[in-house]
Design a protein around this ligand. Sequence first.
Ligand SMILES: Nc1ncnc2c1ncn2[C@@H]1O[C@H](COP(=O)(O)OP(=O)(O)OP(=O)(O)O)[C@@H](O)[C@H]1O
Ligand SMILES: [Mg+2]
Length: 154
Amino acid sequence: MTEPIIELKNIDVTFHQKKRTIEAVKNVSIDIERGDVYGIVGYSGAGKSTLVRVINLLQEPTSGSVTVNGETFFQADSQDAKKTRIGTNDLRVRRRKIGMIFQHFNLLNERTVTENVAFALQHSKLKDDEKKAKVAELLELVDLSDRAEQYPSQ
Ligand SMILES: Nc1ncnc2c1ncn2[C@@H]1O[C@H](COP(=O)(O)OP(=O)(O)OP(=O)(O)O)[C@@H](O)[C@H]1O
Ligand SMILES: [Mg+2]
């Protein structure tokens, strides 16, 4: 077996609200191998989105460990244990390699399909013609090349 690309160990995520404590994720461990396609299935409110957000630390776990591509992003053995986490700048760089499509994603209505896709590349180090090529490649991939200059409402 190869080393997992995503390794979540004993993940707990607990939210404290005024009167309630919500255990959104409780003791979840998964190893995802390179190339695996995973689905997380559960009823509404089961904690699926919270768990996925833990992978790139959009949501910091209450305890557990998060390792991506062999690098520990976060570790805390228990709720009260000392927490170790990757530095902010390193995390920012690692996140560039982790794509996420949000449940409630937003399209920019005043921009074309091409401009919407290009928006995410705005702050990348790619040159303009490389960005153009990347956008074309991605639109081709999802069979939207013929809609490149249309607007989301169309
Ligand atoms: N930031 C937060 N603060 C407080 N409670 C939260 C927060 N985020 C999620 N929760 C609660 O944690 C639980 C899990 O929510 P989550 O959004 O992960 O569920 P889900 O499985 O993705 O649901 P759905 O299928 O509706 O998308 C829910 O009870 C939710 O209300
Ligand atoms: Mg969800």
